[in-house]
Write a protein that binds this ligand. Sequence first.
Ligand SMILES: [Zn+2]
Length: 272
Amino acid sequence: MAERPKKGVPEGLWLRCPTCRATVYRKEVEARLHVCPECDHHFVVPVRNRIAQLLDSESFEEWDAELSPCDPLGFEDRIAYSKRIVDEQKKTGMKDAAVCGKGFIRGRPVVLGITDFNFMAGSMGSVVGEKLTRAAERATELRLPLIFVSGSGGGARMQEGILSLMQMAKVSAALARYDSAGGLYISILTNPTMGGVAASWALQGDIQIAEPGAMVGFAGKRTIWNTVRLELPEGFQTSEFLMKHGFVDRVIHRKDLRTEVARIVDYCHLKP
Ligand SMILES: [Zn+2]
């Protein structure tokens, strides 16, 4: 019997791994936390699966789920932004690219915010910025560790122009206040994290974790070449390269994330 297709994920029983080119059984990939059984390539994870992977079962309490984007500029590219929003909402079942809330990691209470690449490449518009800001503010009030997981390959959302750019400053300001209050902010970089998201909250963690092989950077290789004519070294925007150069503290396999984050919380979080 045919299965109902999952929202936001390409259909089919088989997947082609973009790293090793092997054809792999989707069920097996999903059973391995969306990791390739042949080469450990870390596939993009839809936000609901990410929550299930990181948090204790049934412990997540979502905040601000009703926030939905509007189209303040009446922006149109190939299609109108207002239509794009509706299409993406239908495809993913999400209102926008971020989901935030409170939950438990191996019994430790935390505030968690996630951006999902499946919704407009995880790009940050006003709603994403507002949700992350509120999450940081509530983590400050509740004196809880804060964990953001970025799947924002789209950076700042150009369809909202300056309003999306100002989210970079807004989230950063909330994180600075959280930091002044003594909070522990763990940032988890996943593939891909680019542009205005990499240039703001995604790289402001007290502890920077990255999944193996994630692409993390500001502008892509071609843009950099076109702008400054600099040939960049092989793999210069990968987790491993960034760790070697001090931007990332640890590269952690997805299967170990929950345990390692719990361990870091135990080690670093100052109890109220
Ligand atoms: Zn593979």
